[in-house]
Design a protein around this ligand. Structure first.
Ligand code: DQA
Length: 145
C-alpha cells in the first residue's frame, strides 16, 4: 500500500470556526476522516498532520523522501511567505501537490502569489474540503502512471 502524507499549516486547526464564509464549516478532523476514507477507496495509506510551526513542517518534509510515496500540502499562510518551505519541498523527488480550500487568486493581492507552488507538481485550490479529495485522486494518478 502506497503511503501519502497530508500536511496542514498554521491556523488550519481552527477550521470549522475560522472565517467560515471563506473556509466553510467542515473541521480539520472531518477533512482528515474523509481523506482517510478516500485513501481506503484507492488503496492508499493516508497520514494527516497539522502544525502552526514552520520548523515542524520543514522537519516533516525532510522525512517524506524516505518515509512516504507522495505528499499533499496546504501550507496556509506560509504559502505566501516561506522560501524555507519551498526549499524543503524542492528536496523531495516524490509526487507533490499543493492545495488550498479557498481560491487564492480571487482574494487579497498578497494571497495571489504562492512561493511554495514552484516546488510542487501541481496545485488545486478553491474547492473547499473537496480540494483535499481532488488532490488525493490526482496524486493517485501520478503514482500509478
Ligand atoms: C489557505 C489560503 C491561505 O492564503 C491562508 O493563509 C490559509 C488557508 C486555504 O486553504 O485557502 O490559512 O491556505
Amino acid at each position: 500500500m502506497k503511503k501519502i502524507i497530508i500536511i496542514n499549516g498554521p491556523n488550519l486547526n481552527l477550521l470549522g470556526n475560522r472565517e467560515t464564509d471563506i473556509y466553510g464549516s467542515t473541521t480539520l478532523d472531518e477533512i482528515e476522516q474523509i481523506s482517510i476514507n478516500k485513501g481506503n477507496e484507492l488503496n492508499l495509506k493516508i497520514s494527516f498532520f497539522q502544525s502552526n510551526s514552520e520548523s515542524e513542517i520543514i522537519e516533516l518534509i525532510h522525512k517524506v523522501q524516505n518515509d512516504y510515496d507522495g505528499l499533499i500540502i496546504n501550507p496556509a499562510a506560509y504559502t505566501h511567505t516561506s522560501v524555507a518551505l519551498l526549499d524543503a519541498l524542492k528536496t523531495i523527488s516524490k509526487p507533490k501537490i499543493e492545495i488550498h480550500l479557498s481560491n487564492i487568486y480571487n482574494r487579497e493581492e498578497f494571497r495571489k502569489s504562492s512561493i511554495t507552488s514552484t516546488g510542487v507538481d501541481g496545485m488545486i485550490c478553491g474547492f473547499g474540503s473537496l480540494s483535499y479529495i481532488l488532490a488525493i485522486e490526482a496524486l493517485n494518478g501520478l503514482l500509478v502512471n
